[in-house]
Design a protein around this ligand. Sequence first.
Ligand SMILES: C[S@@+](CC[C@H](N)C(=O)[O-])C[C@H]1O[C@@H](n2cnc3c(N)ncnc32)[C@H](O)[C@@H]1O
Length: 358
Amino acid sequence: MSAATSSASTSAPSSPAPSREAASPRALLHLLFNGARALDVVETALGLGLLDALEPGPVTLGELSAKHGLVPTRLYKFLDCLESLGLVRREQPSDALEATRYWGVTGLRAAADAVLGPRSLERDREKYDWKALHGRLPEVLRGQHAMSAASFDWPPRTPEQVEGFEASMAAGLGPILETFRAHAGALWPSGARLLDVGGGDGTLAEHLLREHASLSVDVYNLPATEPLVTRTRERAGLPATRLGFVGGDFLREPLPKGYDALSFVRVLHDWPAEVARSLMQAAFAALPSGGRVLICEEFRTPERLAAQFFWSYFLIGVDACSSRLREVEFYLDALTAAGFTQAHVRPGPFELVVATKP
Ligand SMILES: C[S@@+](CC[C@H](N)C(=O)[O-])C[C@H]1O[C@@H](n2cnc3c(N)ncnc32)[C@H](O)[C@@H]1O
């Protein structure tokens, strides 16, 4: 807790933050039109440390401006911008501007950091050629224009595309690791051997191996990714017996046998339903009796659709990639149809679906 936060929360009365209704379509469009300015405001609030004081709240305008050396009448308008975005609540008990109390909504600081901070996923996405579609959506939707293979190929083909794509995926592993960590006790019996299907550059494997000394993981991925997995292994100082690589194409060949568990992490949503189902069947065929399949995906919710907005937009122009956020029932039903039992969901920032081969 910062000094600003603690002084704010002790000097102002602690009543609950006033609530706010969801934005109307018109309000939303006004805000979207002002998107660049809105981000300027949020980034500034993050950079100046205002969010640290606002989130626990309440904090008064007077306290905020004194603490940060800001002009109260200017800060008031600045906070109006944050309020119009639904990011802060305000209560104005009197005409005295400086007595106005503010609360940041729960999760604001962490959200600003995730979206705008140094490891921002959105900034990473900017490197993709979304401008190839921008302003041309009518043609794209009519099938007259698409993303060129030079801009984005699915699956990625050139070494640069493969490296750039896998680096983007590795950058977004934080919430997935959190889920795996939360359920580690139930996932990794001593000496377990995991095949991470479509396992990127091996970063997930590396993290799991660091946390579970008796685990070994092979990454199964397209042959072009082998140098990336080798690099991850060498950087981590892990032996090939703990972090291995099996090159293959799951669209053309059966999944390899010899593992206690097979994971699909952010893999199945990339494919049409029949391919996703056939991959779950391939996992069933490869696993021994008692073996488990682990599927880590985000289920379809408004929050997740928003986080995926970039890819929903970008992939309008990429027919080879489905990218479908699905409801949980899809995975549970397909696993049961493939022959798995005890299919269940373990909660987390990304959900983990686990099922066992009888
Ligand atoms: C969306 S990425 C997910 C990567 C990683 N599991 C993660 O969550 O960071 C999909 C992965 O599937 C791999 N992949 C795509 N097509 C494949 C295929 N036909 N056979 C094997 N792996 C494939 C890609 O190379 C990539 O590593």
